[in-house]
Design a protein around this ligand. Structure first.
Ligand code: ZN
Length: 452
């Protein structure tokens, strides 16, 4: 802590010192004279973990950051949790999960969660895909009992059928389109609600003691309580990335679910509510999101070359005739629909940074727009599947490099090997969870207790 006040973020490097800042704050907590840092380090190192709708497993990356930060503070070697299984349908993301240094050779990597549906319910599920408004009513009982699912599915790590196991903790960003203002807004009448139901059944069947679920702020908490409340105590917390020092907005709702008979490591009596705990980690942001746009010309040339080559203009494109300082070359990478969106964004919020994959709104649209920067230079949303991102905040108006975009998610690289985790194409969907997930998962779910 800096003089007991809020920690200030003044540079990109400060921004990415989140884990160090969290540990510094934690070290000021003194429950009954105990060393919180050492205790949390031990808990983290002893834990088994699993994840669903993993994307590229930001929670695992977050745990690694925390493990390093604990070790730095304590002056010892980092201790990492043991990940038993993760689950992700996106084939590109699966490839990245197989490379993730935090997952290890024993960690199973499963695909689509629907492959866990008990065959006895396959035909019911097929019917409900066409009638999703019936899904919650029809399936509630078999979700609550866990009977909806089986525990084996194809594992991409071991190339055979493997079994999911109970782990100490679990983290999942369940599909948000049914609840998102950018999505269908049909809540439990959207076919995606089936993914949520199958996930609930899996957690219930495994009796995982500590679960964190992330979703948009419009997520209906009572739905989760009605499906899991017979076994789990639930609390939730809505937060935005900007209060943790990021020059961005991404409002998300987190549900912490604790199995009713679970005994938690650091727990004393009544745990602090999630919001009380999380309030401790706020940081003041003094930079704007253009701090992210720092890729060197050589990397930008690669990006421009790759993007132009995809457009099949008929002209031969070589490194000799690309010039990253020419806005017209960047513009010619865009599809007509993307140019239309860009022009609309420019009208709505000049000088911003825009997600060309999301509808800017305006023009009779009432749902607002997805990603652009506000007048303080903060991104309106952290990215998820938002590539390509176009910046008007630089002298050269251009697409942002995937490295830069990954930076906006709080992901960064420790070693050359980890570069395998970075997206390599401007059109690549980065189906990742958020920096907040890893923060909260690492800290709240680890302790879930009154620790002062
Ligand atoms: Zn396996």
């Amino acid at each position: 802590m800096q003089g007991g006040g809020l920690i200030e973020v003044n540079t990109l490097a400060d921004l990415h010192r989140w884990a160090d800042h969290v540990v510094a704050t934690l070290s000021t907590f003194k429950p009954a004279g105990k060393d919180v840092v050492l205790q949390l380090q031990r808990i983290l190192g002893d834990r088994t973990m699993s994840g669903a709708f993993s994307g590229i497993e930001t929670p695992t990356t977050g745990c690694m950051h925390m493990a390093y930060a604990f070790a730095k503070k304590a002056g010892n070697r980092p201790r990492f949790p043991k990940h038993r299984w993760v689950l992700e349908w996106n084939k590109d993301a699966i490839k990245e999960l197989l490379l993730h240094p935090g997952l290890g050779p024993d960690c199973c990597v499963f695909g689509d969660i629907m492959t866990f549906v008990n065959p006895a319910y396959s035909s019911v599920i097929e019917h409900l895909k066409k009638n999703p408004h019936l899904a919650v009513d029809v399936l509630t009982d078999v979700v609550r009992s866990g009977a909806l699912v089986k525990l084996t599915s194809w594992c991409y790590r071991h190339n055979r059928y493997c079994k999911v196991c109970r782990t100490d903790a679990h983290c999942a960003g369940t599909p948000c389109t049914p609840f998102s203002t950018q999505g269908s807004q049909k809540a439990n009448e959207d076919p995606c609600v089936l993914f949520l139901l199958v996930w609930c059944a899996l957690i219930i069947k495994l009796r995982i003691p500590s679960v964190l679920q992330e979703n948009v702020s419009g997520f209906i908490s009572s739905l989760l309580v009605s499906l899991m409340g017979h076994l789990y105590d639930a609390q939730w917390y809505v937060c935005d990335t900007d209060v943790y020092g990021w020059p961005s907005h991404r409002v998300r709702k987190y549900h912490g679910l604790i199995l009713k008979d679970a005994t938690m490591s650091l727990a004393t009596t009544t745990p602090d509510p999630l919001y009380v705990f999380m309030r401790e980690f706020h940081r003041v942001c003094n930079i704007t999101c253009d701090a992210f746009w720092v890729a060197p010309d050589a990397m930008l040339e690669d990006l421009l070359l790759a993007s132009l080559s995809k457009r099949k203009t008929g002209d031969e494109i070589t490194r000799d005739n690309v010039d990253v300082s020419k806005p017209e070359q960047w513009l010619s990478c865009l599809l007509p629909e993307q140019i239309k969106r860009l022009n609309l964004y420019r009208e709505l919020a000049p000088g911003g940074c825009y997600s060309l994959q999301q509808n800017p709104g305006g023009d009779g649209e009432t749902r607002g727009f997805g990603a652009h920067s506000d007048e303080k230079g903060a991104l309106h949303t952290m990215i998820k599947n938002c590539l390509p991102l176009w910046s008007e905040q630089l002298e050269a108006k251009r697409l942002c490099h995937p490295f830069e975009i990954a930076g906006t998610q709080g992901l960064y690289v420790f070693t050359p090997e980890r570069q395998a985790l970075w997206p390599d194409s401007p059109d690549r969907k980065l189906s990742s969870l958020d920096v907040e997930v890893m923060i909260i998962f690492d800290n709240v779910n680890l302790s879930h207790a009154r620790i002062r």
